[in-house]
Design a protein around this ligand. Sequence first.
Ligand SMILES: C[S@@+](CC[C@H](N)C(=O)[O-])C[C@H]1O[C@@H](n2cnc3c(N)ncnc32)[C@H](O)[C@@H]1O
Length: 298
Amino acid sequence: MPSADEIRNVQRATWAELSAGWEKWDSVIMEQLGPVGAAMIERLDIADDQQHLDIASGTGEPGLSIARLAPKGRVVLTDLSAEMLDVAQRRARAQGVANIETNVCSADDLPFDDATFDSVSVRFGYMFFPDAGKATAEFARVLKPGGRLCSSVWVKPEENPWTAIAMQAIATEAVVSAPDPDGPTMFRCAAPGCVGALYEGAGLRHVAEWDVDVELVTRSPVQYWEMISEHVSLAVAALQQVNELARERIRANAIAKVSTFEKDGKVRVPGVARCIVGTKQETGGTLRHDGASSAKAG
Ligand SMILES: C[S@@+](CC[C@H](N)C(=O)[O-])C[C@H]1O[C@@H](n2cnc3c(N)ncnc32)[C@H](O)[C@@H]1O
């Protein structure tokens, strides 16, 4: 089992490399993931002066959408990858969103005082944290009493053909080993109740989870393969194991498989995400991961 530092180092390098793909395919990715961000935001009850923290913000969502809803507030976008946050800053400038700041840090060690934020969001970040329990304790620590945490993760691959199709095609040519259940991969938090149990362990109340449907829409099967092979962490890593000829065969296989999803002149491949919400109790001390009362200063 790699150490927390090793996991962070690999994640940092991986997302630095993926950031160009995320920027290139921004509009397709944002359209696909938009319903998940909207579902999370609905439960966060954003006020116009909200102080909000977006964790694993990547290229900026849902933090930038929240900043637009809180013109008198402030949103801090955080991520382990400076390159992903650079994209977020470019997107913020392009959208005219000024009430944000960025901070490169790891979810399990936040440089903020206790009880700083009204709300915290984590869209598709939980799966990559070296210690998800410690990270959740950090989110609870920096929330104000009564503040809400909302996150989202992917459910199992069988319900996410948008990525499973590509992985099945890759598996015909490369050894795709079964992911380490404790390792950082995109389906690590797929089990129902997985993230909810972490919330409860960090002392959050009123924990609830629900599923949200998504749809990846591309202009053609070829465009589907281009975007998946340039931005999905599992696919990019697996493709690095094979030579050019094998890559060509994988590409042809994935394109043939995804063609069955063509409808009305587009390719529409479904998927399912799970959102999890919880509230920090109104009174009493924040529990740290080790159960002690916290007094960490920023
Ligand atoms: C799938 S992207 C999600 C980006 C964005 N929230 C979205 O939904 O579009 C996952 C992000 O998690 C970040 N990440 C990985 N490990 C992290 C850690 N330990 N702390 C903070 N962010 C981390 C990556 O750098 C990457 O930007």
